[in-house]
Design a binder for this molecule. Sequence first.
Ligand SMILES: [Zn+2]
Length: 57
Amino acid sequence: MESKCPICKKPTTLPYRPFCSKRCADIDLAHWFRGNYRIEGEEAKEDDKENETNQDE
Ligand SMILES: [Zn+2]
């Protein structure tokens, strides 16, 4: 099974799956915290909005 980094589309590396590097993992994490996480080519599922307290501005 082939998996690619959702950030830059490069092949993933084991230590950072499902990303290719720590940099991309950090980018993805930042997107999560900003609440605008989305994967290209995939419908955004926003039905289950988590109501967490994110006061990390
Ligand atoms: Zn990447």
